[in-house]
Design a protein around this ligand. Structure first.
Ligand code: UT7
Length: 326
């Protein structure tokens, strides 16, 4: 029930290589490459670019590919867990930067699954007929929340944004959807201090500064991912009455190359059916899937009629998947 009219993506220009990281924390290019597949990532220069700026560049490219006037957009949804400010949301800032007026603009935070959740929400809104063209963005700047003394997490993430223009379709293009969360494991990916549970406003000095930064229990999230993703693939295929041979491209959240390789192995899907760009951009959280979709379109790996299966997963713990015919 939903058509993708255009895609766009944007990465900040500053490159941070594994060698650069080895000068900041006790790590090595060999460890990062072998354990994650990442060789370099992009990061914003503090004060020069924020999440809304990355979102703006990606959105303009998507609007250009969609060949629409930006004024045709009647809703903006930004999937992010690193908005420019705690308040307001990032989407109204993007609206202003695009020079648009009055249209609804809101954020959606499901950590690394934000874009996938946003896709499902946008689909429902379009199907309802209330809005006609939605700009959906996934954008994050994890370099601004990472603990640069924690080698287990700071080597994984990069900054970036991806955007899509969605429109209600007369043909059934969205073949199946899957959303879910394991709330019991909410603290596996977290920033402990700074929210309403541990407000920094009360007595900032009682808190360890490290608790105001991003923290992830990587190994446990890894186990969650390699168990869950094959199950979600199976459910998406079953719901849409398709077999894996019918799928042209699998676009997983780019969290770790070993997760993609494990999923390929356990599902018997050839690795070359998976889109992989983690080596040059790292894990861009909400940006990961829309950046991958945009790159795949521009490289000709997704064409009109391609069947694309995509799954995002991460903090929450949460996941969201969709299977669509492009
Ligand atoms: O986007 C949200 C979803 N996130 C994910 O999907 C992340 C999933 N998790 C992962 O990708 C992996 O668990 C990590 C990449 C985070 C870590 O890889 P791992 O193979 O699970 O490493 P580990 O945490 O089990 O650590 C193994 C060893 C430890 O040393 P000892 O205790 O065996 O001596 C770590 O201290 O590797 C050490 N280590 C490092 N060494 C060099 C951890 N990080 C590093 C590092 N450089 N950057």
């Amino acid at each position: 029930m939903i058509d993708i009219l255009g895609t766009g993506s944007y990465l900040p220009s500053k490159v941070l290589t594994n060698f650069d990281l080895s000068k900041i924390v006790d790590t090595s290019d060999e460890w990062i490459t072998k354990r994650t597949g990442i060789r370099e990532r992009r990061v914003v220069v503090e004060g020069e670019e924020a999440t809304s700026d990355l979102a703006l560049h990606a959105s303009l490219k998507a609007i250009e590919m969609a060949n629409i006037k930006k004024e045709d957009i009647d809703m903006i949804i930004v999937g992010t867990s690193t908005p420019d400010y705690q308040i307001p949301a990032c989407a109204p800032i993007l609206q202003a930067k695009l020079g648009l007026k009055d249209i609804p603009a809101f954020d959606l935070n499901s950590v690394c699954s934000s874009f996938s959740y946003g896709f499902s929400v946008a689909n429902s809104i379009l199907v309802s007929g209330a809005y006609k063209k939605i700009l959906l963005v996934g954008a994050d700047t994890y370099s601004t929340i990472l603990n640069w003394n924690d080698r287990t997490s700071c080597v994984i993430f990069g900054d970036g944004a991806g955007a899509v223009i969605l429109e209600k379709s007369t043909r059934d293009k969205l073949l199946s959807l899957e959303l879910g969360a394991y709330g019991d494991d909410y603290d596996m990916v977290r920033i402990k201090v700074g929210g309403s549970k541990h407000p920094i406003t009360k007595n900032p000095h009682q808190y360890d500064i490290a608790d105001t930064f991003f923290y992830m229990e990587g190994k446990r999230v890894y186990e969650f991912a390699i168990t869950l993703i094959p199950e979600v693939i199976e459910r998406l295929l079953k719901k849409s009455n398709l077999k894996i041979d019918d799928i042209d491209l699998v676009v997983l959240h780019q969290a770790n190359i070993r997760i993609i390789e494990m999923v390929a192995k356990s599902t018997d899907i050839p690795l070359d059916k998976f889109f992989i760009n983690i080596q040059k951009i790292g894990n861009t959280s909400s940006g990961s899937i829309p950046i991958a979709l945009d790159e795949a379109v521009r490289q000709g790996r997704i064409k009109k009629g391609s069947k694309v299966l995509s799954i995002g997963f991460g903090g929450g713990l949460s996941w969201g998947g969709f299977l669509l015919e492009w």
